[in-house]
Write a protein that binds this ligand. Structure first.
Ligand code: ADP
Length: 482
């Protein structure tokens, strides 16, 4: 199949979160199954700076701009990448979505509408290179107008829309819709209108032939008021075309046995060496150097979704326990400030690094004993999967992909060697404290803990199975359009 994979970020070229990881590892897994997948992504300034081999293959015009289509491959892979090069919109420093002060770029609607228009050009084979697309796979609101725009053509490829996070919808005033010159027929409740606002994501949700999200549990949750962000009725309506496919992970990038970022590599047979990573990290962050003390980590965007309030509320209790904490993240100023304050007040037991740091994220996965992920909602979550593979036991809430990937420690799951982590009874600070207390009890039982680590490390979250599910989804979408 010829698959055009449209995304706003792709690892290692540009990344703010899990979408980038999936946008790299899923196409790669599909390529291994002999599918011709090409990724379409904006040519951001920092992305171009990472590439030395790009070649122009076509040009197009939209919104008064000349747009060049550049082709390259994803570093160290054979996956083709098409870059949407429109310097006026993408040649700027910093984040794909935010300016240097953390505010959304004022012209985001235009930037991503242009990405969608170019995707339509490629999808309809209108450009100078000849490639007949079978399926366009769109991801999150930034590419959600593609199914809406394509719906107007008799002869068009099938469309699949994946929800990586329903909280981000691309909501703009009606005037933006008008300014973008979008077809007037899309302006209905069953189109892209949302309570008189213009909703990018509704373009995907209403018009894609197939919808999916990144875990079965989240697929069910988003059809309810609690998790539906106002779109639950629409999703319920499309229930029969909506599925959940758990994300896989790149098992080469995230492999404790070969991870070059680590102070000390290890695997299930040499698990004893994992602790050397802890000692190195304690030293690096001037924490008390102690191989025995349990080290708990968190690597995250610092936003409400990730349960930061639960963590902060439980700190007074957690700090009474014999443990150390290390946080890596960036995001809301309030969370950054609170975490920094904690580290200042408890330099021996709390370390904080504000920022984005790829190497440190790997080192922390290897160094920590426990990984904290008490999200309020979590479409899939990748860090708990990385943690499992690194024998770093996740402590999670029972939502979305966390519920689908972590088996809670109970008497039964301990006895039959299926336990892989600790699941909170509810999303509350009290439950978090309770779960940490239980985890520390188990941690003190060396043999039981080791078995828990082995259970975790032996889980298979590679793309093997999930990429085949995507292939079936593509096939269904093609059948829908015939
Ligand atoms: P989300 O996409 O909601 O941010 P995920 O768990 O799906 O959450 O994916 C987050 C990805 O981003 C993971 O690969 C994680 O390691 C990475 N990440 C998040 N924050 C940082 C950071 N400050 N430094 C390095 N990596 C980070």
């Amino acid at each position: 199949m010829n698959v055009l994979f449209v995304t706003s970020e792709v690892y290692p070229l540009i990344k703010t979160g899990g979408l980038a990881d999936v946008s790299a590892s899923l196409p790669r897994a599909l390529l291994q199954q002999n599918q011709d997948v090409r990724i379409l992504v904006p040519a951001y300034q920092s992305l171009l700076a990472k590439l030395d081999k790009v070649r122009e293959i076509a040009q197009t015009q939209h919104y008064g701009y000349t747009v060049r289509i550049l082709q390259t491959t994803l570093p160290s892979t054979r996956v083709k990448v098409l870059l949407v090069d429109c310097p006026a919109l993408f040649d700027r420093p910093g984040n794909p979505y935010l300016d240097s002060t953390g505010v959304e770029w004022h012209d985001n609607a235009l930037r991503f509408a242009l990405l969608c228009q170019v995707a339509v050009d490629v999808a309809l084979n209108r450009l100078a290179f000849d490639w007949a697309v079978d399926v366009v796979h769109c991801n999150d609101w930034q590419s959600a107008l593609v199914p809406a725009l394509l719906s107007r053509f008799e002869q068009r490829p099938a469309t699949v829309f994946t929800i990586h996070n329903l909280a981000y919808q691309g909501l703009y005033p009606k005037q933006t819709f008008i300014n973008l010159g979008l077809p007037a027929e899309l302006w209905t409740m069953h189109g892209v209108e949302y309570h008189d606002y213009f909703s990018f994501i509704k373009g995907g949700l209403n018009y894609a032939d197939r919808l999916n999200t990144v875990s079965p549990q989240y697929a069910a949750e988003i059809q309810t008021e609690q998790f539906g962000f106002g779109l639950q009725d629409l999703l319920l309506h499309r229930s029969s075309e909506l599925s959940g496919i758990l994300n896989g992970i790149d098992t080469e990038v995230w492999n404790p046995g070969r991870d070059t970022y680590l102070h000390q590599k290890y695997n299930t047979r040499s698990l004893d060496k994992k602790v050397l990573n802890k000692l190195a990290l304690q030293k690096q962050f001037a924490l008390t150097e102690d191989s025995e003390v349990p080290l708990i980590g968190l690597i995250s965007r610092l936003v409400e979704q990730k349960g930061l309030d639960l963590i902060l509320d439980s700190m007074p209790e957690l700090l009474k326990m014999p443990l150390q904490l290390i946080f890596l993240g960036s995001g809301e100023a309030l969370y950054q400030a609170e975490l920094k304050k904690l580290a200042l007040a408890h330099p021996d037991s709390v370390a904080v690094h504000i920022g984005y740091d790829e190497a440190l994220s790997h080192q922390m996965e290897a160094a920590c004993d426990l990984y904290l992920m008490p999200s309020l909602f979590e479409p899939c979550g990748l860090n708990q999967l990385y943690s499992l593979r690194y024998g770093t036991i996740p402590l999670v809430t029972a939502v979305g992909g966390l519920a689908d990937s972590v088996v809670s420690y109970t008497d039964e799951s301990r006895a039959n060697h299926t336990a892989t982590g600790f699941v909170l009874n509810s999303a509350s600070a009290a439950s978090l404290v309770e779960a940490v207390a239980l985890a520390l009890e188990v941690y003190a039982q060396k043999e039981t803990w080791r078995q828990l680590q082995l259970n975790a490390m032996q889980q298979d979250f590679s793309w093997q199975a999930s990429s085949q599910e995507y292939l079936r989804l593509y096939q269904q979408a093609v059948l829908d359009t015939e």
